[in-house]
Ligand binder design. Structure first.
Ligand code: ADP
Ligand code: MG
Length: 325
């Protein structure tokens, strides 16, 4: 007989509480904030066919569902504390649930964060996580703090770049072909993004604005520019590109790095002084992440994409818009 809803929650999602006053099993979870701290709260939903392929391994799906949420906390500079999981399942598939829980809790343990509640229902496969983090009042990294003259930075995996998740997606779609080790690496970028939680916290008091890259660099930067009332220029040749993407045609490299989507890296601004640049580098080193200066914030509204010679490029870019593709 298939496992009932409450047995399923008990078997796969209930673990001893750590920091929560009350965890799974009551009408509400109870959390006690550290005195003097502010909550940072965010939700992200993953829908089959829209945000992940039906063929993804459940461990990786569990990882990604939490990772994209932790990425939002990272972009605010918050320390992750707890999360909720709302789950719609087409059927009770125990190997799937075991894998999902494994991927979820492995990443949760890595960040010292606990699952404190949620909801479970029958329906098309859908995972919605809400994360709770905390940070000192007034220290959140926001989208509205970029100032003309600030340097524009992006994080990336050491030895890698941005745009790899889109490269993997196009391989899955049959539009491009990659094999062996190279395919595994870009597939990992797509299915197991690493949220830049340590970097986000290290940038508190240093970055003037930040956002995590989920829909593509140009689209996400647009949010920062609009909220901050500024413009920017990007030196397209300075974008970090992985060896796998570097083997693709140049136009494709630019397209995927600028508008690929699903990167979950941090895009941030900081003063362009030598001292602030050294501090950004030190923050990245301490977080074990690479960062690259890719441009500059300017008073003139709009975004300018320049090549190494300073010549403006006109690229046909499409962000990863869930309602148009
Ligand atoms: P209620 O009917 O009061 O909303 P539920 O019966 O839906 O509560 O859930 C029972 C308990 O299990 C609650 O504490 C809820 O937070 C938790 N829960 C339900 N689904 C999940 C899930 N997918 N992951 C974690 N906790 C869950
Ligand atoms: Mg209730």
């Amino acid at each position: 007989m298939a496992l009932g809803e409450f047995d399923l929650i008990r078997k796969y999602f209930t673990r001893p509480t750590q920091q929560a006053v009350l965890g799974i099993g009551d009408d509400c979870a109870l959390l006690q904030p550290t005195p003097g701290m502010q909550w940072a709260i965010s939700s992200d939903m993953l829908v089959e066919g829209r945000h992940f392929l039906p063929t993804v391994r459940p461990e990786r799906l569990g990882h990604k569902a939490l990772a994209v949420n932790l990425s939002d906390l990272a972009a605010c500079g918050a320390r992750p504390v707890a999360f909720m999981l709302a789950l719609a399942l087409p059927r009770v598939d125990e190997p799937f649930l075991a894998g999902l829980a494994q991927g979820l809790f492995d990443l949760a343990d890595l960040h010292g964060i606990e699952l404190v509640g949620g909801d479970t229902t029958a329906g098309p496969l859908n995972l919605c996580i809400t994360v709770f983090g905390e940070l000192p009042p007034g220290q959140a990294l926001r989208r509205d703090g970029a100032r003309a003259g600030d340097a524009l930075w992006v994080s990336h995996p050491p030895g890698g770049g941005i745009g790899d998740a889109r490269l993997a997606l196009e391989v899955f779609r049959g539009h491009l072909s990659l094999t062996g080790e190279e395919f595994e690496r870009v597939r990992c970028a797509m299915e197991q993004p690493q949220p830049r939680v340590a970097l986000g916290q290290a940038l508190r008091g240093l970055a003037t604005a930040a956002i995590d890259l989920s829909d593509g660099l140009v689209g996400d930067l647009g949010h920062v520019l609009r909220r901050s009332g500024v413009g920017a220029r990007i030196e397209v040749d300075a974008l970090p590109i992985s060896p796998a993407l570097a083997r693709q045609p140049r136009a494709l490299q630019q397209q995927f790095a600028l508008a690929g989507g699903d990167d979950y890296e941090l895009l941030f601004t900081a003063p362009a002084t030598a001292q602030a640049q050294a501090q950004v580098q030190a923050a990245a080193d301490a977080a074990g992440v690479a960062v690259r200066r890719i441009g500059q914030i300017e008073a003139q509204p709009g975004l300018r994409l320049l090549d190494a010679q300073g010549i403006e490029l006109t690229l046909a870019l499409h962000g990863f818009d869930h309602f148009s593709c």
